[in-house]
Design a protein. Structure first.
Ligand SMILES: NCc1[nH]cc(CCC(=O)O)c1CC(=O)O
Length: 306
């Protein structure tokens, strides 16, 4: 039977709440008469904010409590930033909808300098992402890279308080929070690769609830799903862990898919790049192919360090 109400489990950060509200509004628009409520929850990932994410057990951290709420019948769906969703979902769950992608680029955020090249020698740049650290190190080996965690507002406050000369954030998150004016320059493909799935919002639900899945599928965006499928397949083939500096960017054209991939080393700034094209129904194979190309160029040695 088609449900008349859907409850969205969400984290409580400003960005998570914006994304959950965005999905709620889209569901109400797609299904007039449907009631959509938010169920805000705390996750372990939100509580352990003082340690680098790489050391505290990975991305699943942000999903677990939301998945438990769905299993216990307290919520029907969860809304995530796709880049926080592990390459492999927990058994019993599916991603019935991936919403149209926002700007997937990273943002250079800085009060005094317009871009990365303008930063003075030895400037302090904050980011806990090994992918961002590796790419920063590759172009500016002189920079002092410092850990920076917390939600978007906390990170901006630490920049403004003078703890860093610049920080790197996702453009999508800043735009959603009405903070696009903080983007001094974009760090964008092909020179700089985002995280697999960056800029896309994913809906997660139990795979044994067909009536719920059918309602959610109305929000799925074909083109975004193709692109992020290739990116996530590549990440999965590389080992799929968030503690590894991996970048991916897939574009969809009338000719099919084009995927660029990168594996890096945060300590040395060494980067390995590969790219390939495929027909649009070959996203998984394309991801595997680019991962294989990266392995042939020596990715295993970089991945082994993590
Ligand atoms: N790691 C946290 C996270 N997860 C998703 C986003 C931004 C939104 C997105 O990429 O879809 C952010 C913040 C950031 O990286 O600046």
């Amino acid at each position: 039977m088609t449900p008349s109400i859907l409850r969205i489990a969400t984290r409580k950060s400003a960005l998570a709440l914006w994304q959950a509200e965005h999905v709620a509004a889209a569901l109400r628009a797609a299904h007039p008469g449907l009631t959509v409520d938010l169920v805000p929850l705390s996750t372990r990932g939100d509580e352990i904010l003082d340690q680098p994410l790489a050391t505290i057990g990975g991305k699943g951290l942000f999903l677990k409590e939301l998945e438990v709420a769905m299993l216990e019948g307290r919520a029907d769906l969860a809304v995530h930033s796709l880049k926080d969703v592990p390459a492999e979902l927990e058994p019993g769950f599916a991603l019935p909808a991936i919403l149209p992608r926002a700007d997937a680029a990273d943002a250079f955020v800085c009060n005094l300098y317009a871009n990365l090249t303008a930063l003075p020698q030895g400037a302090r740049v904050g980011t806990s992402s090994l992918r961002r650290q590796a790419q920063l190190r590759a172009v500016r080996p002189d920079l002092s890279l410092l850990d920076l965690r917390g939600n978007v507002g906390t990170r901006l406050a630490k920049l403004d308080d003078g703890h860093y000369d610049a920080i790197v954030l996702a453009c999508a998150g800043l735009e959603r929070l009405g903070l696009a004016t903080r983007i001094r320059s974009r760090l964008a493909a092909p020179a700089w690769l985002p995280a697999p799935g960056q800029g896309a919002i994913a809906i997660e639900a139990r795979d044994d609830q067909p009536a719920v899945l059918a309602l959610l599928a109305a929000l799925d965006d074909d083109e975004t799903r193709l692109a992020v499928s290739a990116e996530r397949a590549m990440n999965h083939a590389l080992g799929g862990s968030c503690t590894v500096p991996v970048g991916a960017w897939c574009v969809v054209t009338e000719h099919g898919l084009h995927l660029r991939g990168m594996v890096g080393d945060a300590a040395s700034g060494q980067l390995i790049h590969a790219q390939a094209s495929s027909a649009s129904d070959q996203a998984n194979e394309l991801g595997q192919q680019v991962a294989n190309a990266l392995f042939e160029l020596g990715a295993a040695a970089l991945l082994a360090q993590h």
